[in-house]
Design a protein around this ligand. Structure first.
Ligand SMILES: *Cc1c(COP(=O)(O)O)cnc(C)c1O
Length: 224
């Protein structure tokens, strides 16, 4: 095993132990929490050791960056599950539907329509999380909390495969109340999936019901 593989496997083991610990405290099944390794800004050479260490689920925040890295990795290593966690422009929806297993940033009607159209054309149906702007921050993606019921109805009418809700709480504040609010909104709308929790707050997110945590820097190191 190379040093890089050794390091990747240690980082992964640390996160898996932390996930298991948080799940146990919360009385949840470990298998109900998916670890998405967010590899944005890191090149294929940085991703490969994690694949070798057994990680198969990766997240990216830009369609073009993922298109540049993953087709070759898929050819080399076989099936990987790719998640788009960043904002998506409607004109990139077809590329996203083609490459990604799951899209976490569905936040407006025009994008729902673009994904539905691309799904029909390509015969692929990605899982979708509706992103909620849980801290009501103008610079962030996600629909307003008040707009969620209508957006969900639109997504269901368009026959999107809705996994649940995704959110990124405001930085530099206690995340727990926001996670609790996302969980309540999901419950109220009969949605099972909760994509929430990143490097700094994933244990809290697991305690509050996260089913998909999106971890970047704790695995890959910092981003420039
Ligand atoms: C970058 C990113 C992550 C990972 O963030 P870390 O703090 O590095 O774990 C998770 N979710 C989204 C939406 C991101 O853009």
């Amino acid at each position: 095993m190379s040093d890089y593989e050794q390091q990747a496997s240690e980082q992964l083991a640390k996160i898996h132990a932390a996930i298991a610990r948080a799940a146990k405290i919360a009385g949840r099944k470990r298998d109900d929490i998916a670890l998405i390794a967010v590899s944005k800004t890191h090149d294929a050479a940085a991703i490969t050791p994690f694949i070798a260490a057994g990680q198969r689920v990766f997240g990216e925040n830009r369609v073009q960056e993922a298109q540049a890295k993953f087709p070759a990795l898929l050819d080399q290593f076989g099936p990987l599950e790719l998640h788009l966690v960043g904002q998506l422009q409607s004109n990139k929806a077809a590329d996203a539907v083609d490459l990604f297993h799951t899209i976490h940033s569905v936040d407006r009607e025009s994008l729902i329509n673009a994904i539905a159209r691309a799904s029909d054309q390509l015969g692929k149906r990605p899982r979708c999380f509706l992103q909620v702007n849980i801290g009501d921050e103008p610079q962030k993606g996600g629909c307003a909390i008040a707009a969620l019921p209508a957006l969900l109805a639109t997504a269901r009418d368009a026959d999107l495969d809705i996994a649940g809700l995704m959110a990124v709480p405001p930085a530099d504040t206690e995340a727990a109340p926001y996670f609790a609010l996302v969980a309540k909104l999901a419950r109220d709308h009969g949605l099972a999936g909760l994509s929430m929790g990143m490097t700094n707050d994933f244990e809290t997110a697991i305690m509050l019901g996260a089913t998909h945590i999106r971890i970047g820097s704790a695995l890959f190191g910092g981003r420039s």
